[in-house]
Design a protein around this ligand. Structure first.
Ligand SMILES: Nc1ncnc2c1ncn2[C@@H]1O[C@H](COP(=O)(O)OP(=O)(O)OP(=O)(O)O)[C@@H](O)[C@H]1O
Ligand SMILES: [Mg+2]
Length: 320
């Protein structure tokens, strides 16, 4: 098997407070793989994504045993080296495509500017590359779009342009944080279809964050469930949706079972508050219907959760 595109081990991120926002996360994304991250608001999904892209605020601290992106170790490198390493390795798609562009310049100018690293190429060459990228993401009349301003495109079209912009960087990994949340259902379906096709046409791996279980079920190969800064369950998408073993994952799915595998269900709200991570025992114990004595005192181990060798959960009740 070829080397993973992303490989992180025991990575924690702190924003400066006593309690980290991401705690001891292990995550691997293989070549051409689409991995999803789900979890309630505040569980650390975006923090994890931003740590991969180097988008965390200056005060944030990333620690870990291993942090390898497209073959480069990015932990402990200084900021300048990091931006050089990350630039071509990973690109990010955000929730609101409008925010990805300046309102006062044409798309053509902004996309050409994006290619500033390629100093040996003429503007004409760059425009050709851009037109090809816009075609690749299914934008009609790509040449005409170069003279358009962001507000002249629909949200879905603009998200396509944002994806094209990301692809122009030829990233090994595309990180998409709620890429369809701002779009209507039809646009959402089209963007998902596009992202799925990109792994073949652009050879890119994708890490996608979504509140939307239908989105995750539809395009991911593997899913990681985050709760209070930790990954509490991980496995193949079919396994996670058909046989979730962590009580947190079960609670997420149980609220609207009919909607889960194929529907348009959004993550339901589970009673109680997400605790600040870092307490003793299991962080879910205060909300879990199976809580027993050991859950309050002992941190649950990361163990095999079912016969599927890729399926793991962080729960005392999951036994190998
Ligand atoms: N810039 C920041 N400075 C300080 N704390 C932050 C910052 N960004 C996020 N946090 C905190 O880190 C924790 C994780 O937040 P994060 O945004 O990663 O969650 P999320 O899973 O992406 O949530 P959502 O689903 O709402 O996008 C939260 O407690 C949040 O308040
Ligand atoms: Mg987020």
């Amino acid at each position: 098997m070829s080397a993973p595109v992303l490989e992180i081990h025991n990575v924690s991120v702190s924003y400066g407070g006593v309690v980290p926002a991401v705690v001891g996360v292990d995550l691997t994304v293989g070549p051409g793989e689409i991995v999803g991250i789900i979890g309630e608001s505040g569980s650390g999904k975006s923090t994890l994504a931003h740590s991969i892209l180097g988008l965390l605020p200056k005060a944030a601290r990333v620690r870990g045993d291993r942090f390898v992106l497209a073959g480069n170790t990015i932990l402990d490198a200084d900021r300048t080296t990091l931006s050089v390493l990350r630039g071509p390795s990973a690109a990010m798609i955000f929730q609101n495509p409008m925010a990805a562009f300046s309102p006062i310049h044409t798309l053509g100018k902004q996309l050409v500017d994006l290619l500033w690293r390629d100093r040996d190429q003429t503007v004409a060459t760059k425009r050709e590359r851009i037109i090809a990228a816009l075609k690749q993401v299914g934008i009609p009349d790509p040449m005409g779009k170069l003279d358009a301003y962001p507000f002249q495109l629909s949200g879905g079209m603009l998200q396509r342009v944002a994806i094209a912009a990301a692809l122009l960087m030829r990233p090994a990994l595309l990180v998409a944080d709620e890429p369809t949340t701002a779009l209507d259902v039809t646009m959402e379906a089209q963007i998902l279809h596009l992202m799925r096709s990109l792994r073949k046409t652009a050879g890119v791996s994708i890490l996608i964050i979504s509140h939307h279980l239908g989105v995750i079920a539809e395009i991911c190969d593997r899913v990681a469930v985050m709760y209070a800064g930790q990954i509490v369950e991980e496995g193949a998408v079919e396994t996670i949706f058909s046989d979730p073993r962590h009580p947190y994952t079960q609670a997420l799915f149980a609220c609207e079972p009919a909607l889960i595998p194929t529907g348009v269900g959004r993550l339901p709200v589970i009673a109680g508050e997400v605790p600040r991570p870092g307490g003793t025992g299991c962080d879910f114990a205060g909300r879990c219907r199976f809580t027993e004595e050991r859950c309050l005192t002992l941190s649950p181990p990361w163990v095999s959760a079912s016969a599927d060798p890729r399926h793991h959960a962080r729960c005392h009740r999951s036994k190998p």
